[in-house]
Write a protein that binds this ligand. Structure first.
Ligand code: SAH
Length: 217
């Protein structure tokens, strides 16, 4: 079994990554601190540890990716995470984004549709001490009704259109952050639910692996 070690060299690389994120406009100290604290190399195969600290997406299992650090930081910023928030993530992938949210004090529920990834990440999160994150296997389009309503919903795969059915699982005053659009470049939406109204803001353009229907067992 892999042993997880966090060495001086990793911490040095993390410091550089955080400087890079700050230069690119990420100012929230709690978020930067999460990036400084969580060993991102745990989420990639050992041979690729150098890649863990570049501001780039990187391939993981079954054709999926670990999101680019800047994208994770940006989505986390838009989510306005507060300690105690109940957050639903769609697209567990490597588990890194879920750990950032958990580190910030959120109660995290995360759904993955790829069985291989779900099983791998479920084990990883326990091995590295993120035991409070609830990992679910399923189709994120259905959300997690059993645990709803959520304060926040974050979607970390690219949707063709905003998955409006999920708003029923979001609290009044809650925020959804979702990359959506018909092309390869998705617009990043921050949507606040206010009663029957949805207040929509756009925050730049990003690339994501697609949000797909159903599960792959
Ligand atoms: N948050 C992840 C990003 C992984 S990439 C990280 O930090 O690494 C996006 C993930 O979304 C992929 O693993 C993909 O399988 C998953 N995904 C795509 N459509 C989905 C759906 N409908 N429900 C749940 N997960 C989905």
């Amino acid at each position: 079994m892999r042993t997880f070690v966090d060495k001086h060299i990793h911490r040095g690389l993390r410091t550089k990554l955080v400087v890079d994120l700050r230069t690119k406009g990420i100012k929230d100290q709690a978020i930067l601190n999460a990036f400084l604290s969580i060993p991102r190399h745990y989420f990639l195969d050992e041979a690729f540890f150098q890649w863990a600290y570049k501001d780039a997406a990187f391939p993981i299992e079954v054709g999926q990716t670990i999101s680019q650090p800047y994208t994770v930081a940006m989505q986390t910023t838009l989510l306005e995470v507060e300690a105690g928030d109940k957050i639903l993530e769609i697209g567990t992938g490597s588990g890194f984004q879920a750990c950032i949210l958990s580190f910030l004090g959120a109660k995290v529920y995360t759904i993955e549709r790829q069985k291989v990834l779900f099983e791998k990440t479920y084990k990883l999160l326990r091995q590295i001490g993120f035991t409070k994150i609830r990992t679910l296997f399923g189709d994120g389009f259905k959300g997690a009704q059993k645990f709803a309503p959520f304060d926040k919903i974050i979607i970390t795969c690219g949707a063709m259109e905003i998955p409006t059915s999920l708003f029923s699982q979001l609290k009044d005053g809650g925020i959804m952050v979702v990359p959506a659009g018909s092309g390869d470049n998705k617009k990043m939406y921050k949507i606040t639910k206010q009663g029957d109204e949805l207040i929509k803001e756009e925050h730049g353009v990003y690339r994501f692996v697609p949000m797909l229907q159903g599960v792959n067992s």
